[in-house]
Design a protein around this ligand. Sequence first.
Ligand SMILES: C[S@@+](CC[C@H](N)C(=O)[O-])C[C@H]1O[C@@H](n2cnc3c(N)ncnc32)[C@H](O)[C@@H]1O
Length: 297
Amino acid sequence: MSSTIQNRLQQDSAKIVATLGLDIATARIEVQCLLQQSLKVSRVYLFAHPERSLNEVEYAQYTAWLQRRLCGEPIAYILGEREFFGLHLQLNTHTLIPRPETELLVEQALQIISSNAYSVLDLGTGSGAIALALAHHRPHINIVASDISSAALAVASANAQRLNIQNVNFVQSDWYAELGEQCFDLIVSNPPYIAADDPHLQLGDLRFEPRSALASGADGLQDMRKIITRAHAHLKAPGQLWLEHGYDQAERVRDLFYQAGFTAICSVRDMSGIERITGGTSLLTNSGVECAAIYST
Ligand SMILES: C[S@@+](CC[C@H](N)C(=O)[O-])C[C@H]1O[C@@H](n2cnc3c(N)ncnc32)[C@H](O)[C@@H]1O
């Protein structure tokens, strides 16, 4: 069997399409990723040297990874990494694979953060994607990143070290439970938001990701409710809470913000026009008393 870059790209992209049902463009990108890592070369090199043969070691590594991919394992877990907001994050099966949709939450947070005095809490940090992207672009603010999973936190703090990011503190906590009386200017989160019986959990990449990072009660909103209703106690007044949610959850999430007493509630659409994130402002102090200073400015 011929094992040039070009042959692998052609034959194995077609295999991925046939086996996993991906479109051909995505399948080619996946094969390129596997080739890049097996040959330790850049993507440009693959285009420049299509005739280059894989040596025995490269071929063995490549085919082992390809077999895992053909069995459905996500490419990000096979290679142990994923790019998010320009950062190369390392991952394992204890962490969600960061999604492009979540970059919208980072963009929104970067617009809100107005000074170096800002403090941010990232709830359910997983691989650290949101917290590390914010920290990288705002190196002078203070960020706390929490997760209930110690295994995910180990990945997140290793990512911070590797990227030499020093303004994030990691805390193991069941949402706000271990945060004491700490208050923040901004809380962000991409919580689990899939209904526990949603059949999508049995499909594609989701099958391999931690259930605790994905599923949230019968309607997918169980964790969102906890985060929203308890947020006032950990927000300065004024402070903002912004959450990523499912493509069809915006209205229900806005309603949760409203019921919890938030103001200036709004959802932001992604590039496909889908309301993907929702936020609101808390005007309550952490004692639950409305902040009079807000109205005097
Ligand atoms: C959808 S993942 C998001 C991961 C990461 N922020 C991202 O966007 O890629 C949700 C995260 O919430 C964490 N989580 C689930 N339940 C939690 C809880 N009760 N308290 C804190 N974190 C929790 C999971 O471990 C997981 O890392």
